[in-house]
Design a binder for this molecule. Structure first.
Ligand code: F6P
Length: 344
């Protein structure tokens, strides 16, 4: 078969490992040929691609980012977009498409598969919030980066007797805040699934100061709602899928904490560092398993389905199910956070 791959949405450590495994098995096992469209769906519309061979993918499973580049392009919103995609795939004699992306990218994959484009999905997001899969590749790397940063924040916060608020990614779900906050020993962990109780936050920080520890570390997910303000955005702009650019809750929260407690407070936004650099060994392994499953799905003609991790198994579910809702933290995880907090 002649198979095309693309990577859409925000990049994520492990994308290259998915590409590597799908292409390697496709060529060696099935005798496939591959091209990779550049810049997500934009590259399909522009007919911009590179050929993917055993030579061109050699060693890429070790590297972060995506050799295919990425964009947030909403084909559904572009007049004639679907026809253009169909035309470009026909010109290039493509038998199947593998789209690597989060819920926005997969909403396009679903739309195309419902409109006669033979396509399958691989879930991608560092936010780990895709429904139906236990873990997305890239999450482990993001948590490792955030945890290392929080470790470092402890010593400088301690030296200066300060509170430091660390803002991490997580638009709709607080998986990164939860995991890095717990691993990094944060005194306060705030996730978008729960309203912020600012009096409780201040009480937790005061507890430290009253019990001989004159500093505090707060981890907050970018998607949290600040009381009386809501989500904090870094700009008026929205992306092609209508999402606001979230940024700044850490700074806003730090100001509020300083005002209410009198503790000297700073903030740091880890931002895109969490998506950069090489994937962890776990993510490289998981991503390659996703890639191997994706090329099997193509040969089993499982159009409109997406690879998922369930327990120890990689299997697949309808894309419709995966994008129906976000997978969010629930009581089990709120309890972990609460049980590790100081008793105030
Ligand atoms: O990929 C998900 C994500 O990392 C979100 O957590 C974050 O809000 C968004 O991407 C940032 O996107 P961009 O790279 O477009 O600024």
């Amino acid at each position: 078969m002649r198979v095309a791959l693309l990577t859409g949405g925000g990049d994520c450590p492990g994308l290259n490992a998915v590409i590597y495994a799908a292409v390697k098995k496709g060529i060696n096992h099935y005798g496939d040929e591959f091209i990779g469209f550049l810049n997500g769906w934009r590259g399909v519309l522009d007919n911009a691609f590179i050929s993917l061979t055993l030579d061109s993918i050699d060693g890429i499973q070790l590297r972060g980012g995506t050799i295919l580049h990425s964009s947030r392009t909403n084909v559904k919103k572009i007049p004639g977009g679907i026809e253009k995609v169909q035309e470009v795939l026909k010109i290039n004699k493509i038998d199947a498409l593998i789209a690597l992306g989060g819920d926005d990218t997969q909403s396009v994959t679903l739309f195309l598969s419902e409109n006669g484009v033979p396509s399958v999905g691989v879930p991608k997001t560092i936010d780990n919030d895709i429904n139906g899969t236990d873990t997305t590749f890239g999450f482990d790397t993001a948590v490792m980066i955030a945890t290392e940063a929080i470790d470092r924040i402890h010593t400088t916060a301690d030296s200066h007797n300060r509170v430091i608020v660390v803002e991490v990614m997580g638009r709709d779900a607080g998986w990164i805040a939860y995991a890095s906050g717990v691993a990094g020993g944060a005194h306060v962990i705030l996730v978008p699934e729960k309203d912020i109780d600012i009096d409780h936050v201040c009480a937790l920080l005061k507890y430290n100061y009253d019990h001989g520890k004159h500093y505090g570390v707060v981890v907050v997910a970018e998607g949290c709602h600040l009381p009386e303000v809501g989500q904090v955005t870094g700009s008026e702009q929205v992306d092609a899928f209508g999402h606001a650019r979230l940024s700044g809750i850490g700074e806003a929260l730090a100001e509020l904490i300083e005002k209410k407690t009198g503790f000297e407070t700073r903030s740091v936004n880890l931002g895109h560092t969490q998506r950069g650099g090489v994937p962890t060994a776990y993510d490289r392994t998981l991503a390659q398993r996703y890639g191997l499953h994706a090329i099997d799905m193509v040969h089993e003609k499982k159009w409109g389905r997406i690879a998922v991790l369930r327990g120890l198994d990689i299997c697949d579910i309808p894309i419709k199910e995966a994008i129906a809702t976000n997978r969010r933290l629930d009581k089990r995880f709120f309890d972990v956070i609460a049980d590790l907090e100081a008793k105030v």
